[in-house]
Design a protein around this ligand. Sequence first.
Ligand SMILES: [Zn+2]
Length: 333
Amino acid sequence: MTSKPRPRKKGDQWLVALAWGINVAALIAVVLAAALYFIFYPVSAAPKEIVKKTNYTATMPATYTPNPFALYLPTITPNPFSTLIVAQTPTPFVIENFSTQGRAEIITAGTSVSGRPIEVYAFGNGERQKMIVAGIHGGYEWNTIALADELIQYIFDRPDIIPSDVTLYILRNLNPDGDARDRGVDGRVNDHGADLNRNFPENWASEWNRAGCWRLAETNGGTGPGSEPETQAVMYFLQSHKIETLISYHSAALGVFPGGEPWDADSKKFAKALSKATRYPYPPLETGCVYTGTLADYAVSLGITAVDMELATHENTDFKANLKALDILLNWK
Ligand SMILES: [Zn+2]
């Protein structure tokens, strides 16, 4: 038997083939959508882990011996963020004869993942201790480091602006690896890919909903609360000093964030006063972002009055406005 041409049947076959085609295409689309959803929104799939209040004691040694080989080798755990440092770039900011200034001192608080020093400039020797931290986010927040350097130079030239009962500490660059890597989006994290302002043990979370938050590149909160050497350097410094008041600088534009969850009452007053002087917004602009593991929250947990404060842009240091902020910090009681 030979099959006779049956146009009608052939039409049916095409219809069946078309129906199957649509089915298969729809199936592929569903699978693809599900895959994309889990790739881009893993947060919603995993429950948010908030670490309950625990006392974390930083166990940094009192003196730091930088490993000279750390300057020549990449970090032990290969990761896409590590940079090979061929030669240690000296701190670009140098004040001639700094150590000859009677009331000024440079303290090395620790070292970064890739072995760069984390330096604290100290002025005065009063009992009331105040602190400025800049550059916690490297990258395009580099202008906070530029501001710190301007302030250091300004105070060095006018040591008498430090009240006799005050000691001021300026940590000019908390994320030197990020700053060295890129002064754009890719410089935000440390050489472990961690956002240092999400690595502090207070309200630490392994994951967070990225809605409303910074998400221009991949970041993580560290492998655990206070896991990063830069974070540990600050923890150790705060635990071994009696800081009363602290400003952690960022950029740009969102305003002044009091530390604490909910916001600490003293830090709110401090934020309001800073906002009035600088015209940076308070309350800060609401983006819907939930902030976990911040330096300001950690400082408040130690009894420190603390804020995160954002410069107006990524380009300028707003020096005049921040001289007023410095005056408020130095005299805050
Ligand atoms: Zn920032």
